[in-house]
Design a protein around this ligand. Structure first.
Ligand code: ASP
Length: 306
């Protein structure tokens, strides 16, 4: 059986910690360092949904580990002729591709691809609809660790479109494993999550959601996933929930700010805050590469023993 990374649930607490530690070691080496850990391996990027930072950081991570990268343009691939994802990955595996980094709006398509792969091939979920985005959590954990935060002592607030965010789902799975001193979720109306796990509380106002928080993570309003007929939500969100320097200074003066990007500036977060000294947003982007190096290396690491 080959190792895949389809969800944070595929990792136990020790493996999560190990991946963060490996990410730290890769980060220390810096962006110009190259190694041959994955030399001879070919990694294919299959993004059926748009991506900038995730796709680029996987590509850089793969290259820094010495792998060859095959970038497929899914807009012009055979999927447009009706080929199933299972046939696409099996075809590429026959050409010698050993790892597939895949993003798709349906988690079921990612599962089908994993089932279609022959032994010795790995699949990494780079974002599945509203369900999972495991490597976003690895890079967030790496960012927090590099800032000196211990998740078990952290007062963390996650604000924004929690209903449609795969990032918050994966975060909640990570917190099941790792624990968190205090986790508050905050969102109004159509953005509220369907369920709230016992590890978190859901607040009704921005003030209650962030008062005293050490780290506040803003999540994007997922325009593309909102049901048609939902109008005026951005303006309302911005008015009552939008993060800006004045609100943070009043309610959480020590807080650092995270956002997985891409940002809707002027909706969930104001530019002065996103670009200001509290912001960890570009550090998250920077840490995306070493965190993904750790994930890619880990997927191959078991091959020799099998
Ligand atoms: N880039 C993240 C994702 O792919 C966050 C977002 O799109 O809002 O889920």
């Amino acid at each position: 059986m080959s190792q895949h990374l389809l969800s944070i649930r595929d990792l136990d607490a020790d493996t999560l910690k190990r991946l963060v530690a490996d990410g730290q070691a890769f980060a220390k080496q810096g962006p110009t360092h190259r190694q041959d850990l994955l030399q001879g391996q070919t990694i294919a990027m299959l993004f059926y949904e748009p991506s900038t930072r995730t796709r680029c950081s996987f590509e850089l991570a793969a290259r820094r580990l010495g792998a060859d990268v095959l970038n497929l343009d899914m807009q012009s691939s055979s999927s447009r002729k009706g080929e199933t994802v299972a046939d696409t990955v099996a075809t590429l595996a026959a050409m010698g591709v050993r790892l597939f980094v895949m993003r798709h709006e349906e988690r079921a398509a990612i599962d089908a691809a994993a089932r279609a792969l022959p032994d010795g091939c790995h699949l990494l979920n780079a974002g599945a609809g509203t369900r999972d985005h495991p490597t976003q959590i690895l890079l967030d954990l790496l960012t927090l660790a590099r800032e000196g935060h211990d998740i078990q002592r952290l007062d963390l607030s996650i604000i924004g479109d929690l209903r449609h965010s795969r990032v918050v789902n994966s975060w909640l799975q990570a917190i099941e494993h790792l624990g968190c001193h205090r986790l508050r979720l905050g969102a109004p109306g159509v953005f509220r999550p369907e369920t709230v796990p016992p590890e978190a509380t859901l607040s009704d106002t921005l003030a209650d959601s962030i008062q005293g928080a050490q780290v506040i993570m803003a999540l994007r309003i997922q325009q593309e996933r909102l049901t048609k007929g939902t109008t005026g939500e951005n303006e309302l969100f911005h008015e009552h929930w939008g993060l800006n320097e004045a609100r943070i200074a009043e309610w959480a003066p020590q807080a650092q700010i995270m956002h997985p990007g891409p940002m809707n500036r002027g909706v969930e977060i104001d530019s002065a805050l996103a670009d200001g000294p509290r912001s960890l947003i570009l550090k998250q982007v920077e840490n995306g590469v070493p965190a993904r190096m750790a994930a890619l290396a880990w997927l191959f690491s078991g091959d020799k023993q099998r």
